[in-house]
Design a protein around this ligand. Sequence first.
Ligand code: 5GP
Length: 362
Amino acid sequence: MEWFASIPKVELHAHLNGSIRDSTLLELAKDLGEKGVIVFSDVEHVILKNDRSLTEVFKLFDLIHIITTDHATVKRITKEVIEDFASENVVYLELRTTPKRNDSKGMTKRSYMEAVMEGVRNVSTVDVVFPHNNVDAGSHIISVPVNDMCNGTARKKIYVRLLLSIDRRESTAAAMETVKLALEMRDLGVVGIDLSGNPVVGEWITFLPALKFAREHGLDITLHCGEVPNPKEIQAMLDFIPQRVGHACYFGEDDWKKLKSYNIPVEICLTSNITTASVSSLDVHHFADLYKAKHPLVLCTDDSGVFSTSLSKEYNLAAAAYGLGKREMFELARNAIEFLFENDEVKQDLRSIFDLAAKKLD
Ligand code: 5GP
């Protein structure tokens, strides 16, 4: 485990509200319990439960959103989530979140995102490479020290970029609002769009106009795809040729063929897939076939809080389950650079971080 924590890693599939520390969630829930907003004893065991079906996961998210959706809390969880990823040497994080309205708190989708961005800027334990409001649009701070195999001799740095998620419960108009917000915030660290939310809710056709609009305006797109059996939707999503897909659990032969022919990278979330029983065991997980076929893939956490995992744990799990050695795992981590939603300047900087770390591999 320690070794997996020590190498640089790239996280491309992490949901903000799924990545909250249990301790924070409990503290916030207790607070709301004392204010009479919720009954703490009713929610404590729900937060601490370990095994969850996909349906239970979405019920938990409804609870988490009640607990977290105010500006101060959004700032706090964003800061903590980034610090947690940085502490295990994630050097590039694409954090995704669903912009939310909460009229009772005077929250708009825009003010929600502004709170997220403030949370990013509040990170203090590491240097964060993130566009600033007060610098020229588009410029990035990349002149901070490079991780030195993350051994504490140099201050760590982490690139943070944001993906705005469209929730499958949303209408076409609401999805379009999210995409327009993403476009307005493009110079502020937003690099793409994600489609997520309960996979048995909503129709692909509802989100397609907003996703097409995003693409026409140059935003990269990742789709939660094949979390439940839905062959028609899987085919339609693949025909859209997104930059990446997440999960891909219920793919049939034709889906694999299409995915491979378009060479679409897959975000693999092992613990999430096993916990929700989307895949019955690691032995039959599609990671093995895709890895053997040298298909582009990246290991991710999905929801490190909800599934009690971390990126190092996911690497450890994959190495043990599929018999992969340190070199192979290091290469797997490094390859993720090629699939991230940033320009070559950033990728080049990340490659140099990995090159430096490679020299110290035993
Ligand atoms: P948020 O967007 O509120 O920061 O993060 C939580 C949200 O991400 C959930 O409400 C849900 O819409 C989405 N999400 C988190 N994990 C999953 C997952 O495993 N599958 C899908 N489809 N959506 C997820």
